[in-house]
Ligand binder design. Structure first.
Ligand SMILES: Nc1ncnc2c1ncn2[C@@H]1O[C@H](COP(=O)(O)OP(=O)(O)OP(=O)(O)O)[C@@H](O)[C@H]1O
Length: 253
């Protein structure tokens, strides 16, 4: 089976010489949900920005569904950006049109989707995130949690194969956090979730990877990783006070 994502030997230094990734290997099977954990400055964002070719120029290779991310090849990059949907931490980075529906239509319209097909995509994506009734509203009049859902919809409308979520639970109240978890679980896509919210990783991602100082230092079932206190402490990962991964059932965290 072709991997949804295959990263091989990815090494990258910023122009100022800071080495952010050192030979990262990571493979995700189609439909897997994997959490990318790690302390501040570990290289998580740097890794994510390689998945759709925003950052490049180092060594190694990134393949999405068997297609290599080749920054110089416009056609390949357009297809890669259709396949990889990145939801950034701040929804306001992704919402800039006068209405919710126009924001969601923006990406597919750019790919040449028109008419009924475009309307269907907008309806489908807004329904998936429970925001259809807000389609004619001004995005900036929505709450933060609603804006995050719309940001997810803008990416879903592209019908991505991989959804990359950067800190999806940040700034959400408990109900919005749970509702977003239900939405993510219901999506038939491969998910890579960057998060510092370890209970959320446990709830949503059967597998987690720890990145530290640009290297993958652990890759295992999330429950096992979170229960390994020495490993967690070594990589500055702290569970909330009183949280015991061994006693938490999925969906109850
Ligand atoms: N534009 C840049 N120029 C130079 N160095 C950078 C740049 N962006 C990030 N870095 C450095 O690269 C390393 C990895 O940073 P990155 O943002 O990928 O980490 P992160 O794991 O996403 O951290 P956080 O959890 O704080 O978001 C850090 O040492 C950071 O200082």
């Amino acid at each position: 089976m072709t991997a949804a994502l295959k990263i091989t030997g990815l090494t990258f230094a910023y122009p100022d010489g800071r080495q952010a990734l050192h030979g990262v290997d990571l493979t995700l099977a189609p439909g897997e949900r994997v959490a990318l954990l790690g302390p501040n400055g570990a290289g998580k964002t740097t890794l994510v920005l390689h998945l759709n070719g925003i950052l490049h120029g180092g060594e190694g290779r990134v393949e999405i569904g068997g297609l290599t991310v080749t920054p110089g090849d416009r056609k390949a990059i357009t297809e890669i950006r259709r396949r990889v949907g990145v939801v950034f931490q701040d929804p306001d980075d992704q919402l800039f049109m006068p209405t919710v529906a126009e924001d969601v239509a923006f990406g597919p319209a750019n790919l040449g989707v028109r008419g009924d097909e475009l309307d269907n995509r907008v309806t489908e994506a807004l329904t998936a995130v429970g925001m259809l009734e807000h389609r004619d509203q001004i995005p900036h009049h929505l709450s933060f949690g609603q804006r995050r859902r719309v940001a997810v919809a803008t990416v879903l409308a592209m019908r991505p194969e991989i959804l990359v979520l950067d800190e999806p639970s940040s700034n959400l109240d408990p109900a919005s956090r749970r509702e977003l978890a239900e939405i993510i679980e219901s999506l038939p896509v491969t998910v890579l979730m960057v998060t510092h919210d370890l209970p959320y990783a446990l709830e949503l991602c059967p597998r987690s990877v720890i990145l530290d100082a640009g290297r993958i230092v652990a890759d295992a079932p999330t429950g096992e990783l979170l229960a390994d206190r020495d490993l967690m402490a070594a990589h500055r990962l702290e569970l909330p006070f009183g949280f015991d991964p061994a006693t938490v059932r999925r969906g109850v965290a």
